[in-house]
Design a protein around this ligand. Structure first.
Ligand code: BES
Ligand code: MN
Ligand code: ZN
Length: 504
């Protein structure tokens, strides 16, 4: 597999054989019923598992685990019993959580390797090979770390676990089910890397450099600099970047996985504000460092494109990353400035901190005029207001088409990246009328800040193209940093949506 980052954890598949060294993972169901290997192990070690279950709070529920150290009669260092919940409820997400839990429990324990026994579970919603693949994927996802800037890490602070062998009766079927999941995780890791990277090292030109490196996966990569964007009339995107010493870049990634298709491509657009200081409408200091993650939308599109190319998706998809840095300074745009977007529409900039919508506007006009896509989906850490509404539990979904919104909702549920649809309407659109220009970039009255931002974007959708906007400000990063500050949110959702609805 040509995916380098997967080396963070060595994952293999084999038939079920009790290991002699390392740790052993077996499963239990809700109510305490043990899987076949767990029963065998329980017998060998004189009922230690059954006794431990009786004396503790472990009930075999999903996300529960029980550890037995130095089990008598076995040479492994420990047996970890992981709960899978009710057999009928074993969905991919449940198996992935179990895999993540294994890494959580063992990665810092001193243990180097673990063998995970996946038996066929009667009445399970998933076959053993699918459970095995998703357990492996969950474990890989949780193994991600962003330690490149630590120079003084003690050995005891580094993960000890490097090898996971997933044992199941159908090794080749498990491997086949795992491979595309690993490619998608490769995209997720790319997105996490981008979100985690600070703005002094990840500026628009560096983003473009990393995008060009995707050509090794078979993606076509094109980058427009400021001169080319000026020729195209991208006055809105360029206005945001004009206060920065870093050159703005429009990055176009093309995946042609269905070359014979007559259907127009899917377009994905990402907000790539590499740092959002607020500009002249400067943000307060507290928490400003988080604004290195204001390119989370572009990171998600980048990761999704890597995932699609990696698994050779049979779809045609254009990804556009609108990369800028929003800074104050002598060249910065001012509140009150009136700018002309590529669409021809003029915008009165009343707050330079409402910059995401400006860069997305021109990126959306560009992709629609150049590629006439069948749908446009944009992802953006667009508003603080969406965090007020939904916290970190859901991304906000806005759309002009019910069926596209429903497709995105379904995909989000399937991969555990849930979205919540928000309303739109003329009563909100009227709030962005300007005294001087076609529109203004902030609402004239407080309230519904995420919706008025979405109404602004909708004004740049042409010919009633089906469009959806995901406001990911609440979900792009997480403060519990498990396993990573940048979550890579959106990569799996976009990959799943395309797999379900837009592949030939
Ligand atoms: N990048 C921010 C939104 C944001 C805030 C993302 C917190 C993640 C965490 C965006 O550019 C912004 O500043 N939005 C303003 C809009 C306002 C000026 C209308 C906001 O939400 O306050
Ligand atoms: Mn801002
Ligand atoms: Zn921003």
């Amino acid at each position: 597999m040509a995916v380098g980052v997967l080396l963070i954890m060595n994952i293999s598949f084999s038939n079920i054989v009790l290991p002699r060294t390392g740790s052993l993972v077996v499963a239990a169901m809700e109510g305490g019923a043990l899987c076949k290997t767990a029963q065998e192990v329980d017998k060998i070690c004189g009922g230690a598992i059954t006794r431990a279950i009786k004396t503790g709070r472990f009930e075999g529920k999903s996300e529960q685990s029980l550890e037995i150290l130095s089990p008598a009669g076995l040479s492994v260092s420990r047996v970890l019993v992981v709960g899978l919940g009710k057999p009928a409820d074993i969905k991919p997400a449940v198996a992935e959580k179990a895999g993540a839990l294994i890494v959580d429990r063992l990665s810092m324990s001193g243990e180097k390797q673990v063998a995970v026994a996946i038996d066929e579970i009667p009445k399970s919603a998933l076959k053993a090979e699918a459970i095995a693949a998703h357990v492996a994927a969950g474990a890989l996802s949780r193994s991600y770390r962003f330690d490149k800037y630590r120079t003084k890490q003690k050995e005891s602070d580094k993960p000890s676990l490097t090898k996971i062998n997933v044992m199941c009766g159908k090794t080749s079927a498990a491997k086949a089910a795992y491979t595309p999941l690993a490619h998608v995780l490769n995209g997720v890791f790319a997105a996490r890397d981008l979100v985690n990277e600070p703005a002094n090292t990840l500026y628009p030109a560096e983003f473009a450099k990393r995008a060009r490196a995707l050509s090794k996966l078979g993606l076509k990569v094109e980058v427009l600099g400021e001169a080319q964007m000026a020729k195209l009339g991208m006055g809105a995107l360029l206005a945001v970047g004009q206060g920065s010493a870093q050159e703005s870049q429009l990055i176009i990634l093309k995946w042609q996985g269905a070359p014979k298709s007559k259907k127009p491509p899917v377009a994905l657009v990402g907000k790539g504000v590499c740092f959002d200081s607020g500009g002249i409408s400067l943000k307060p200091g507290a928490g400003m460092g988080d604004m290195k993650g204001d390119m989370g939308g572009a990171a998600a599109v980048f990761g999704a494109m890597a995932a699609l190319a990696g698994r050779r998706a049979k779809a045609n998809v254009i990804g556009v990353l609108a990369c800028v840095e929003n800074m104050p300074g002598p060249h910065a745009q001012r509140p009150g400035d009136i700018i002309t977007s590529m669409s021809g529409q003029t915008i009165e900039v009343l707050n330079t901190d409402a910059e995401g919508r400006l860069v997305l506007a021109d990126a959306m006009t560009y992709v629609q005029r150049k590629y006439k896509p069948r749908i446009v989906i944009d992802l953006a850490t667009l508003t603080g207001a969406i965090m007020m509404a939904l916290g970190d539990g859901y991304a906000g979904l806005f759309s002009n088409k019910d069926d596209l919104a429903a497709q995105i909702d379904t995909a989000g549920k399937a991969v555990d990246e849930p979205v919540w649809r928000m309303p739109m309407g003329m009563q909100y659109d009227s709030k962005i009328k300007s005294k001087f220009a076609d529109m203004q970039n902030i609402a004239s009255a407080p309230g519904a800040g995420s919706i008025t931002a979405a109404q602004f974007l909708l004004r740049f959708i042409e010919n009633d193209t089906p469009w959806a906007h995901l406001d990911i400000a609440g979900v792009a990063w997480t403060n519990d940093a498990k396993p990573s500050w940048g979550r890579g949110y959106g990569v799996r959702l976009l990959d799943r949506l395309i797999a379900d609805k837009y592949e030939e």
